[in-house]
Design a protein around this ligand. Structure first.
Ligand code: NFS
Length: 626
């Protein structure tokens, strides 16, 4: 049994874990318990299975083997493993991006009639920073030229840095990267090189390996992820402050409940849009429901929340719980952060799991392949499966917790600027005079190693209390929403300076900036601040944090934050402790090279204290009052 009251702070979660046990269903928390004790070699990062002479394990106590069969020591193995994590994370973000580019280009070519270019202003802005002439050209012509450049970012073969990075990162920062030789040239190339140099018999030098990890991560944050953000805004609109609700209580007893889960807005936006159509609503009524209720889960939930105000059912560890309510007709997924267990859980209820992407199939799920040229038709087909399934719902098995919380999301860079009256000046002034002490970006997942959402919420509360503005994305954003941190009223919990600023502007003290690829929005804010103050990002009183991270994508994000000069906190220990050298490189030496470093602390209260002190140090160096 899972100690249901101790594993999460989010209302409703404990009850559903208990319901799972009554219904004979296992959740991630149950499987996490079954996995204990987990492999110590794996936790320390000293297991190498990159060739079949192994798997080799290094004895962390120095009694057993100190080298693998090929001679690789703990330093090499740990560094290689972490670089592979960065490569996988970068691949996830940027392959998502590739899909968005595909649709963007198809629209420009007139192939995908079910989509359109919504934010043409942003298209022109992107064209401008990429050096595309817009005068006298149609929207589609501009889009096509932009699409060509962005496609090349994945696979161009020259030695020039990726253009999106060159166009958006502060000049001072680019110099730092140039000097270190870590300017990424093409996204796929750096991922490929990560795989190559970690292959048996290649790079054995931990410092050289990690620097390439940095290069790969930079290709993610300042190019792959950023591209996804830009293009999703152009396709579906740049987010503006929008009200909504979060937590499992957004599910409706008398409606067809559809969960959109995964990452790419190309599908989820369509589902949310088509579900509102009269045709679909009528059909739902014919089946005895009051209508269709679409709710988001994880990062695609953040995408539809930010742009349409679609309610969010929960974050990563709640995907199974949504099904356990017994009230969900279908979970529609694209890719990433999907537990294969969804199918097992669904088999105990009436829920249909619908996969849509060839690259993320789950055995036992219904597969309806999504094709952008037939987006509306396929969205309808999928929604119909959900509607027709409403009659199979078993009322006796339904329990929807009543908890839901109000929120305001949609703080894109543009929205933040607008809230500030059109320029960054008021924010800079508030930072300079100490009304706001600094800014911290909190991002990332849930992880059953951490009491669910305790890390996210505690850290955010501790920081705003100290007059630090919190911005963030991903599962943090949903956690913050469910715990009331995304309302203007939450300013009550902030220190006097931040509170006054929030009240004057009518904004929450914690700003939801979107999904995980939208961490690129945080980079853009940092870049704008650094440029305005004529300093480097590493000089700014800012920090990053991933209090409950678990995915390889989070490793890529953390690394590009550090590489961008940001002091970055991790609330879950990364698998590097098996090498003192790598641990020291990442948490100490790297600061001399990049101005940022990792800091690991599992207690969010202590972490807040340290982050605050780092911010105060930065303020002192800038000569700003503390
Ligand atoms: Ni990002 Fe983590 Fe997944 Fe989103 Fe949530 S688990 S790394 S936050 S949903 S991608």
């Amino acid at each position: 049994k899972v100690p249901s009251k101790q594993v999460s702070i989010t209302p409703g979660v404990g009850k559903l874990i208990e319901k799972a046990e009554e219904d004979g269903v296992k959740t991630a928390w149950h499987r996490f318990l079954e996995q204990q004790p987990q492999c110590g070699f794996g936790l320390l990062g000293v297991c190498c299975k990159n060739c079949t002479m192994g798997p080799c394990r290094i004895d962390p106590f120095g009694v057993g083997p100190t080298k693998g069969v090929c001679g690789a020591d703990a330093d090499t193995i740990v560094a290689r493993n972490i670089v592979r994590m960065i490569a996988a994370g970068t691949a996830g973000h940027s392959d998502h991006s590739r899909d968005v580019v595909h649709v963007f280009k198809g629209i420009a070519e007139g192939k995908f009639k079910d989509y359109k270019l919504t934010d043409v202003e942003k298209l022109k802005e992107l064209a401008k920073i990429l050096g595309v002439e817009t005068e006298g050209k149609s929207e589609n012509e501009i889009a096509l030229e932009v699409a060509h450049i962005l496609e090349m970012e994945f696979g161009k073969q020259d030695e020039e840095p990726v253009r999106l990075l060159a166009a958006t990162a502060p000049k001072k920062r680019i110099k730092v990267w140039e000097k270190l030789g870590v300017l990424p040239r093409a996204i796929d190339r750096e991922i490929c090189l990560s795989m190559h140099r970690t292959h048996i018999g290649c790079d054995a030098d931990p410092a050289s390996l990690l620097l390439h990890g940095v290069r790969t991560a930079l290709a993610d944050g300042w190019c792959g992820s950023m591209m996804a953000t830009y293009l999703s805004d152009i396709l579906f609109g740049t987010p503006k402050p929008i009200k909504s609700l979060a937590n499992l209580g957004v599910l409706k007893e008398d409606m067809v409940n559809i969960i959109v889960h995964g990452h790419n807005p190309i599908l989820s936006m369509k589902i949310a849009e088509i579900a509102q159509s009269e045709e679909m609503q009528k059909l739902a009524e014919q089946y005895g429901a009051k209508g269709i209720n679409v709710a988001g889960m994880c990062c695609t939930g953040n995408e539809v929340l930010s742009r349409m105000g679609v309610q969010v059912a929960g974050n990563f560890l709640m995907q199974e719980l949504a099904i356990i309510t017994g009230a969900v007709e279908a979970v529609i997924v694209d890719y990433q952060c999907l537990m294969p267990s969804l199918v097992d859980v669904a088999s105990c209820y009436h829920t249909k799991i619908i996969t849509t992407e060839p690259k993320a199939r789950i055995p036992g799920a219904i597969h309806v392949e999504f094709e952008p040229e037939k987006a509306d038709e396929i969205a309808k087909e999928i929604i119909k499966i959900a509607i027709e399934n409403y009659k199979n719902r078993v009322p006796a098995k339904v329990y929807i917790p009543e908890h839901k919380m109000e929120l305001v999301a949609g703080f894109s860079v543009e929205a933040i600027l607008e809230a500030l009256g059109g320029t960054l000046e008021p924010l800079i002034k508030a930072l300079q005079d100490g009304t706001i002490k600094g800014i911290v970006g909190i991002v990332g997942c849930n992880n059953p190693r951490v009491k669910q959402n305790y890390g996210h919420v505690t850290l955010a509360k501790e920081l705003i209390k100290r007059d630090i503005l919190v911005v963030g994305t991903g599962c943090w954003g949903i956690a913050a929403a469910m715990h009331g941190l995304l309302t203007p009223e939450a300013a009550e919990m902030a220190g006097p300076g931040l509170k006054a600023v929030c009240e004057a502007l009518g904004i929450p003290p914690c700003l939801h900036m979107g999904s995980c690829v939208d961490c690129s929005r945080i980079l853009l804010v940092l870049s704008a601040l650094a440029n305005a103050l004529n300093v480097d990002i590493s000089d700014l009183p800012v920090a990053g944090s991933a209090p409950e991270w678990m995915s390889e994508k989070a490793v890529a994000i953390g690394t590009y934050f550090v590489a961008s000069g940001v002091f970055t906190h991790l609330g879950v220990i990364p698998p590097v402790l098996g090498s003192q050298k790598v641990t020291k490189l990442l948490t100490d030496d790297i600061e001399d090279l990049l101005g940022g470093k990792f800091y690991v602390e599992t207690d969010p209260v202590k972490a807040a204290e340290t982050i605050y002190n780092v911010i105060i140090e930065k303020r002192k160096k800038l000569g700003w009052p503390i």
